[in-house]
Write a protein of this length. Structure first.
Length: 335
């Protein structure tokens, strides 16, 4: 069975301009995943990992101790790579320029949600890491600028996630399909387990926090009712499954078929999820596996960012289900 390292070296020929840079970056992310896997799996045995860190991130959200740990681990690992010029994270106030000679001459920047769904850690529910890789647009030899991170999603050169659940799995794309690797802790390696992953064109699962139903736009309310109606011709009613971790919900729907929705609502008029750290990388994966990702009206990967921590509504998953949800959003747009 192929390991992650063997697979990405084999695929390196697809990106001759990168000269092994992506291989090195993915190797660093693999290392971070192994470290986070280790600490998550002993979280119940140590008090310095569980619970709140006592801080808020830039979005005013309480940080978990493991949020801070995962963020620092990711930043240190990427800073050690000569291929990485800078780093932006959901947990940082602004981007971090690796302002050394090596960093100034590097060609890539990384954006990440180091620990998606971290509030689930204390109750032993699956969480994840999301990452996104871009070629910088500022001149080589200078420190990176905000412009390097504020690129539309269709410019990503790679993206992926790690899901820490009953097994730990790393899933990534470089624009030539989506591939999944399961971690074998007895060997300490990620092994190819899901080559060329394809999300079913439709499914029976819809994932949304229905506790916020009264605050949803009318199009979302109508789509939820559509999902709940009985219709044997379209295999409805659908099943509601919501974990509260984007990585976990998306990963399940990737394998089984389904749609994940986090719309705009009264509490979050622009949605809760971040475009650069969550929306773009997951949209890249969705499209590369045959699915769709939308803000309800427009393709996620075409959105021009206006802020580093910009929020966006997200409709993502099986193609036919996302298209149907968009139909409802357009039909009831003015209500």
């Amino acid at each position: 069975m192929k390991t992650l390292d063997e697979f990405i070296v084999e695929k390196q020929m697809e990106f001759p301009h990168a000269k092994g840079a992506l291989t090195g970056i993915l190797s660093s992310i693999r290392l971070v995943a192994k470290i986070i896997h280790r600490d998550i799996n002993r979280a119940g045995l140590t008090t310095d990992i569980l619970g709140l860190a006592g801080n808020e991130n830039i979005q005013g959200e309480n940080q978990m101790k493991l949020d801070v740990f995962a963020n620092e681990t990711m930043k240190r690992a990427l800073m050690a790579r000569e291929e990485v010029a800078g780093f932006a994270s959901e947990e940082e106030d602004t981007f971090v320029a690796f302002d050394t000679e090596r960093g100034r001459n590097a060609k890539y920047v990384i954006l990440t949600d180091p620990l998606d769904g971290s509030s689930n850690i204390d109750v032993n529910v699956a969480v994840g890491t999301i990452f996104s890789i871009y070629r910088r647009v500022s001149p080589i030899g200078t420190p990176v600028t905000l412009e390097d991170f504020m690129q539309p999603g269709h410019r990503q050169v790679a993206a992926g996630y790690v899901v820490y659940g009953s097994s730990t799995m790393l899933v990534y794309t470089t624009g030539n399909g989506v591939h999944g690797f399961t971690y074998d802790p007895s060997l300490g390696v990620f092994c190819l387990s899901h080559e060329n992953m394809k999300i079913p064109s439709t499914g029976k699962i819809y994932s949304i926090n229905e506790g916020q139903y009264l605050k949803f736009p009318m199009g979302v309310k109508k789509y939820i009712k559509y999902c709940q109606e009985e219709d044997p011709a379209t295999n409805r009613p659908y099943t509601s499954r919501y974990i509260g971790s984007l990585v976990s919900d998306f990963h399940r729907n990737m394998l089984k078929g389904g749609i994940y929705i986090y719309p705009s609502a009264t509490n979050y008029p622009n949605g809760k999820l971040r475009l650069l750290y969550e929306g773009n990388p997951m949209a890249f994966l969705a499209e590369q596996s045959g699915g769709l990702a939308s803000d309800g009206y427009n393709r996620i990967l075409d959105i021009i960012p206006t802020a580093l921590h910009q929020r966006v509504p997200l409709f993502i998953g099986s193609k036919e289900m996302v298209e149907k949800a968009q139909d409802f959003m357009n039909e009831f747009k003015d209500l």
